[in-house]
Design a protein around this ligand. Sequence first.
Ligand code: BDP
Length: 604
Amino acid sequence: MLYPIATPTRALLDLSGLWKFMIDEELTPIDVNKPLPTEDVISVPASFNDQTASQKIRDHSGYVWYETNFEIAKPLRSQRLVLRFGSATHEAWVYLNGQEITHHKGGFTPFEVEINDYLQDSNNRLTVKLSNLLDYSTLPVGHYSESKDENGHIVRKVDENFDFFNYAGLQRPVKIYSTPQAHIDDIVIVPSVDLADHSASVHTTVKSSDDFDEIHVAILDQAGKVVTSGTGEDQTLAIRDVKLWQPLNAYLYTAKVDGIQNGKVVDTYSEPFGVRKIEVKNGQFLINGEPFYFKGFGKHEDTYVHGRGFNEPVNVLDINLMKDMGANSFRTSHYPYSEEMMRLCDREGIVVIDETTAVGLMVTFGFDVNMFADDDYEDTTWKELKTAEAHRQVIRELIDRDKNHASVVMWSIANEAATFSKGAHDYFKPLFDEARELDPQKRPCTYTSIMMATPKTDECIDLVDVIALNRYYGWYIGNGDLKTAETATRDELKEYQKQYPDKPIMYTEYGADTVAGLHSKYGEPFSEEFQEDYYRMSSKVFDEIPNFVGEQLWNFADFQTKFGIQRVQGNKKGIFTRAREPKMVVRYLKNRWTGIPNLGYKTK
Ligand code: BDP
């Protein structure tokens, strides 16, 4: 799916701003033929939750309504007009002038619909009903329950089966774009690099409305100069003296696609792309033929007031903070991030592990890891969950959206699923097959593994190209005891290395809750000293393991979660606070990471 942009043949309207907003109390039905019965407003794009002084609205589980009015300039009415949501969390029913025009489930991927047939000459009313409900059939996974209040009204409850606040709303840009009737629908770009020859062949496939006489593709360099061009829906173009997209040293070409009718350009679209080669070989993760070392983070889209809403200044700041520390990568834990962030990473040379919304796929998830030691413990996840269809859908939509991004080097199919439990392999095998089949660039695939999934118990390691571990020795296990944690970390990594000598291993989570400003002469847990000691211990072990190809710590910044006795206004494992102030450990990590080359670490 193409990102919406203005081009010489396309106009773009942004519906950001104040929309009418109300929660649905489910007392009287809402009539979509009339304006919403409220004067309250909310800002779009953003989560609705933190824009209110009312706890009832903030914590509402169920349905909410959004409404805006817009005008379309007359000259545009002859064009094909498409309404596009960057996302709508988690399920949306969309009405234009009272008629339902589309429905979408899944809160972190875009969807669009043609609106010409529903438009009025003026004062178009766009109404959106959203649900923030999650259950055993959705991704993310929530425990859903219903009860009745004293008046017999339904009370819905979602207990998140994951460790982040269930922010919802129109969290990403809502836009209308125009195209001519004959239009380009999608562009697929697959570069193959010949490293020895300093050349690349770029395979482009253009999907269109089928009424062009000819499709023309020109590849422009960063200065806008045409380096090669050709004609055809499906073709391979050669680039000599190719400039590679490298980690933290990005070079972007542009594929300028023209749809031609009677010798005239009718539709045109420009897609930026990078040329780079990704391989997993001999226990290493290679970018452009050289071993890459991941330095960076698991993150969240989470900021004050915006909630999980698009916050571009913070995205820019986060990337700058990462680069300043010598970091080169992050994972989009635990859902696809905004398209704007992916485009930013392409430009900045930030390497991304792109994750689906598959989080919470373990029905017994909790912070008490001791329960797993119990002989009677049995995990019944794969008997209970009905997420396979939603999972297939998000894989399809994520790959469709992000397939051309140079920054994306690997897909994470799930976070901390019960891969140790009976039925896991049957569940995951078709999903990995599908991802591999769908990705035109054939990137490696992984899932991030939960602590209970060990070299002994994990049933799905054969499915992954890279072993990605989320580990909390010294925090959830043996809290405060870094000596024992060091041994456990080392023993487990050695075991993985021994059993899977050809698979690269990395940490995709490790960390310790740390209250900014809390200090301890004794290095007690929650202090800034402990956080630093914890990371020093971990780094030491990482450097001993030959196939260890990267460290992405948990978390870039403190973030909001649901309530719980383990959370004090959220998760405090950030190395930055939620306001992006550095904790003490940032100096240590900056020092370490600026000393580790992006390419060739341990081999030079
Ligand atoms: C892991 C999850 C992550 C949590 C983290 C933690 O993948 O979402 O926030 O641990 O407990 O279970 O801090």
